[in-house]
Design a protein around this ligand. Sequence first.
Ligand code: ZN
Ligand code: ZN
Length: 247
Amino acid sequence: MKILDKISGFLFPLQNSCLLCKKGASYGSLCPKCRDEIITRHDFTFCPVCGRYQLEVSSAKQKHNVCQECRETTPRFLAAKSLGPFRGALKEAIYIYKYKGHRSLSIVFGQLLAELLLDEPGLADTDLLVPVPLSQEKAVTRGFNQSELLAVKIGKILNLPVSNDLVRVRNTPSQSKLARKARMDNIKGAFALSNKISGGNVVLIDDILTTGATAGECAGVLLQAGVQKVTVLTLASGIQEKDNYLF
Ligand SMILES: [Zn+2]
Ligand SMILES: [Zn+2]
């Protein structure tokens, strides 16, 4: 390291090496190159309802195909949006955010989600942000709710209120190995509201939408309480199996 680098490192202690590539310099958590990489625009086909991706490059015709599962069972949320498919740099960044305890990533993630929300014409009338709650057990082991932290960051940037009134009333077995229908049964009745919620248009915040079962269950609770519209905003969306494609 050159003397000058040492001095500037001393003068600007916020300059760390990037959490992803470990090389680039960052003033927060990611270097500009890795930040760009997690939001690289791509042409994959996605379902306009659940937002999940099909890893085929889309033609204009395919781009708005509602997936097989959403045709069979319409989710209770209106639509789900994310930064991209759960793969590559985005997947890696989410992993170190959730499991390695790098909460500082919530700053860049919050900014990117706030930009995404602003870009969506359907979300212009958002009244309230609601994070998907963690089970008590997970909250204790992880030490923080990654979705709540994202909601707080987005709320600060866009001046939107955040409600923590959606709570988990039942712990559920791990969903990771279950298909969407089994996940829907597994998560049924797991959430409730601890207080009355006010807000016509709610945006539900989570880190990953895998099948949409959790988001759908949360949306159901909110709609039953009088919310008019629930849209889901996540960092990443799952990638669908090939037999769910409708080409
Ligand atoms: Zn980097
Ligand atoms: Zn779908």
